[in-house]
Write a protein that binds this ligand. Structure first.
Ligand SMILES: Cc1cc2nc3c(=O)[nH]c(=O)nc-3n(C[C@H](O)[C@H](O)[C@H](O)COP(=O)(O)O)c2cc1C
Length: 216
């Protein structure tokens, strides 16, 4: 697939940066591709390193990143600020930066575009398209809090990579799926990932807990 194809389906830009959590990026790309979305991928230099170290993806290749759905992906050189998605004329339905490093968060907050992830994010904001920043760093200080405030005021959604535990995850994959599902929700892309809170589930759990509790 090439970036110059006419838009006949949904397009989402995925920026991958050098924060821990490469698995989140892989799962988001996989799920978007599985939903038939045209996925435009930009990866920072440190993002490539994290994909290699955490996900074993040493060659940034469309099939490796999408679980065999490489036909849905357009891979852009991460340092090419002249790529299609660096321009406001490139129409898309939203961008997610996942994982988003504090460095990239700060650059977006201050309108600095040193690489394609930052430039595409900046353009997404100026064109008033959805931008989701899935930040990962803990703890955070005033610098990150201020950067989060700035990007939020500029129209972005900050979605910290902080999966909920209320569905009682059994594995790392469950945690990754939880966040991937929430990010797809924020991008308005349908999915079947099991992330929905069900009040009946809570009632059943409470009833089970009551049955097993020791009588006074
Ligand atoms: C193994 C490793 C893990 C890192 N994890 C994080 C992280 O979770 N959050 C973060 O903000 N930075 C993290 N960093 C630091 C960033 O990679 C560094 O600030 C880098 O400049 C980010 O560049 P980028 O935003 O262009 O990807 C990590 C670096 C390495 C090598």
């Amino acid at each position: 697939m090439t970036a110059s194809q006419p838009m006949n389906t949904r397009r989402i830009v995925v920026g991958i940066t050098g924060a821990s959590g490469a698995a989140y990026a892989v799962r988001v790309v996989e799920m978007l591709a599985a939903q038939g979305v045209e996925v435009h991928v930009a990866c920072s230099n440190l993002g490539k390193r994290l994909l290699a170290e955490e996900a074993g993806i040493t060659k940034l290749d469309a099939d490796a990143l999408s679980g065999g759905r490489g036909d849905r992906l357009v891979m852009h050189p991460g340092n090419d600020v002249g790529a299609a998605c660096a321009s406001g004329s490139f129409q898309h339905d939203g961008m997610v930066v996942v994982p988003a490093s504090s460095n990239t968060l700060a650059k977006i907050a201050h309108g600095i575009s040193d690489n394609l992830v930052q430039r595409a994010a900046q353009v997404t904001l100026k064109e008033r398209r959805p931008l989701v920043i899935a930040h990962r760093e803990s703890p955070i200080g005033l610098t990150e809090i201020e950067a989060m405030r700035k990007v939020t005021e500029a129209g972005a959604i900050v979605a910290p990579l902080s999966p909920g535990l209320y569905l009682q995850p059994k594995s790392v994959n469950d945690l990754v799926d939880f966040m991937a599902g929430r990010l797809l929700d924020l991008l308005g892309v349908e999915h079947q990932l099991p992330i929905r809170w069900d009040e009946h589930l809570a009632e059943q759990r409470q009833a089970t807990a009551n049955r097993h509790s020791t009588p006074r």
